[in-house]
Design a protein around this ligand. Structure first.
Ligand code: DGJ
Length: 711
């Protein structure tokens, strides 16, 4: 709800209040919901601004920086008007959140040039996340250049520590906390994607609670924190201004990507708001709330070395264990026998598929599984028919040796001809195979950014606009298909992509120990139904480490479950174990994928870590508790569960796991389960531990309400 009192607007979400003074472009308050608004004027001190500019006497990091038509960089945006919009405006060409809610539109004008800046704040009725976006309109008669246009500026008072999620290929989502002293700190990405290295989801933790920010964008981004000498901490998020220079002709507008922010008392509160927001206002289409199928993917099991017989063997074994969807990964097209060739040749390799994609897909469907297909549409191999025919489709600087990563080049998606080509060939792959699931991969970062006629400073963003044009057209054409994004794992796991792809492959590292942290990190900003999580074979392909099959399953239950292995190689016992796992997963899939999610213990620094998903009515919960190592001589590891009803009685039953002889069961009050210590007294009795030294200890618990009131 948005309330207006003169120039003051009060934006209320279920648990927070944001007060804005439009005429002075100031935040008067942002935090825990105010019961009565009172007189904000009396509590005004250091101005917390919602926009900042350069050229006058403000030397803090600006939210807007223009090269004006007059040749200067000074701007003086002053208030023009405000409006409350009933419908949330769409952002042309860019993904954004959707849903019921009101939007505050604020307009500021730089009088000498007549350039207008619009800032939008949308509050949704059901959620604390506020969506913010900015747009610039050139009402002058001359062109100007945008050097920076932040999507969101928030000025906070007091001291903050910043939490970011950083990493690399197969090591995404490592949680990093830094205390901000005075000065400027930023994270960014310059490689054309939201990146494995630094996700745009960030948090600022202060005395009163936690502020969290994210960007609905998949390209280069930058999050700046400036702890000013005045005691103010400025937060800016938006497109990275590195290499950015956008020409805005008279009468044109530029839309910055949408940013989102929320305030909650603690990190769990932030996650729960972000999860609910993504589930309701970002993810869309038929699969938004639909339970996701258990899949088998052949990548780790076969890599490029497969034929029809091998694939059907995996499909039969998977079907027997209860799997629902078969995903054919890389290697099915052109002469793709390894990573060096054929990207772009999206026609069937008859030999490897035994007669074409449709033939293979039909055989898989005859076995009783749905068929899913892997594609990597944004890429081109130099050894491909596409490159031989259209070398100009590749992104490279004329006259220079291009940088090859994974032996491949990127397509120049900033070119409309290339966009149309991609839409046509990928639509054809989906249509001719009848796929109900598509894995959209992207296995290298952008280098040699160049497109004929495109100014360098516009290239990265124009690539993203081309990319969004492609994915929006394809996903609209196939509304029933479940899309899973992938970028060599989680290299482009962001809110922009989740507007099109309902799931994202979290990481190529499927080792349970590494996955625990990777998924834990992801869970701060993104819900479990968006995270692809697979059980793979041991020793693990990336790390060489082993963990019991049950441990691998427990941890994969933190996301959307899949198996990624050659299932024909499983022993009878292993097949039985997996069959029981899938049975369990299907029974509790709704709560695991869409329940309220809580992190347990501390994956980054503690010895006990895990998660639990709780049904909306708090009647059923599934918890996974994992212990990194045995500490001799200490007390048994303990856990405090979360999200239960404190006044109800629950039965806590360990899932029967093949690596534990017993499955303990007890009843206790919800209050005790959350506040007391639940000791995991038999956690070290893992019977498969000795064979797999160095492995994790992990148990899964089913927690069900048995009595409403504790007496
Ligand atoms: C990277 C992905 O993350 C893997 O799962 C697999 O699809 C390979 N690409 C295939 O090239």
């Amino acid at each position: 709800m948005i309330r207006k009192n003169g120039a003051i607007f009060c934006l209320e979400t279920p648990h927070t209040t944001l007060a804005i003074k439009a005429d002075t472009a100031e935040y008067l308050y942002y935090g825990k919901k105010l019961v009565s608004a009172g007189n904000f004027e009396s509590c005004r001190g250091l101005p917390c601004k919602l926009l900042s500019q350069f050229g006058q006497d403000d030397y803090t990091e600006p939210s807007i920086l223009l090269e004006n038509a007059d040749g200067g960089i000074s701007t003086a945006f002053t208030f023009s008007k405000s409006k409350i919009l009933k419908e949330k405006p769409q952002i042309p060409g860019l993904p954004s959140s959707y849903g019921k809610g009101k939007t505050l539109e604020l307009k500021y004008v730089d009088e000498p040039t007549k350039v207008a800046l619009y800032i939008y704040y949308t509050v949704f009725e059901d959620n604390d996340v506020i969506a913010v976006s900015s747009k610039l309109f050139n009402a002058s008669e001359k062109e100007l250049h945008i050097r920076r246009l932040a999507s969101l500026q928030l000025d906070l008072l007091g001291d903050y520590s910043v939490v970011t999620f950083e990493g690399a290929f197969a090591r995404e989502w490592q949680k990093v906390s830094r205390t901000l002293n005075k000065g400027v700190f930023y994270i960014d990405s310059k490689n054309g994607a939201s990146s494995h290295n630094r996700n745009p989801f960030v948090m600022a933790k202060g005395q009163d609670g936690v502020y969290a920010f994210n960007l609905v964008y998949s390209g280069n981004h930058k999050e700046i924190f400036e702890a000013c000498e005045s005691g103010k901490t400025r937060v800016l998020t938006g497109i990275n201004d590195f290499m950015f220079r956008w020409t805005l002709a008279p009468g044109e507008q530029f839309d910055a990507p949408e940013a989102v922010m929320c305030f909650a008392p603690d990190e769990d509160g932030v996650s729960s708001q972000m999860h609910a927001f993504i589930g309701e206002h970002i993810v869309r289409g038929k699969w938004k709330k639909k339970e996701r199928p258990v899949l088998v993917n052949n990548w780790e099991g076969t890599h490029f070395d497969f034929n029809e017989e091998k694939l059907l063997g995996i499909a039969r074994a998977a079907k027997k264990a209860g799997v629902e969807l078969f995903v054919l990964d890389d290697g099915w097209f052109g002469n793709r026998c390894d990573e060096h060739r054929a990207l772009g040749d999206w026609y069937d390799n008859i030999e490897k598929t035994g007669g074409g994609l449709k033939h293979l897909a039909d055989k898989i469907r005859e076995i009783g599984l749905d068929f899913g297909i892997w594609v990597e549409p944004e890429m081109i191999s130099e050894d491909s028919d596409l490159f031989r025919k259209h070398p100009e489709f590749a992104m490279r600087v004329p006259g220079r040796e291009p940088t090859r990563l994974r032996w491949q080049l990127c397509l120049n998606l900033a070119d409309e001809k290339v966009q149309n080509y991609v839409v046509r060939v990928i639509s054809d792959v989906i249509a001719r195979s009848g796929a109900t699931y598509v894995k959209w991969d992207y296995n290298r970062t952008l280098t040699d950014p160049f497109g004929k006629g495109i100014p360098q400073g516009e290239y990265f963003h124009r690539y993203m606009l081309g990319y969004y044009r492609i994915v929006s057209r394809i996903t609209e054409k196939f509304p029933d298909v479940l899309f899973e994004g992938c970028a060599g794992g989680g290299g482009r796991f962001d809110l922009g992509n989740l507007c099109y792809f309902q799931q994202y492959w979290t990481s190529d590292d499927t080792d349970a120990r590494k996955r625990l942290k990777i998924q834990d990190g992801t869970s701060y900003g993104y819900p479990q139904a968006t995270m692809g999580a697979h059980v793979s074979a041991c020793p693990n392909y990336h790390t060489g480490d082993s963990n019991p099959l049950e441990t691998r399953f427990n941890i994969a239950c933190g996301g959307v479950l899949g198996y990624e292995m050659d299932m024909t190689k499983l022993s009878v016992e292993e097949t039985e174990v997996i069959t029981r796992q899938i049975e369990f997963y299907k029974e509790y899939r709704k709560v695991l994928q869409f329940g309220d999610f809580y992190r347990l213990g501390n994956a980054f620094g503690g010895n006990v870590a895990g998660f639990m998903s709780v049904s909306k009515d708090k009647g059923t919960a599934v918890a996974v508790v994992t212990v990194y190592e045995q500490i001799f001589g200490g007390p048994a590891p303990a856990v405090k569960f979360k999200g239960l009803d404190p006044s109800s009685v629950y039965e806590v039953k360990a899932r029967e796991q093949a690596n534990y002889k017993k499955a303990p069961c007890f009843t206790a009050g919800g209050g005790f389960l959350m506040q007391g210590n639940v000791f995991l007294s038999d956690i070290y009795e893992d019977t498969q531990r000795r064979e797999n030294s160095g492995c994790l200890y992990s148990r899964m618990f089913l927690i069900t309400k048995v009595k409403k009131e504790y007496s």
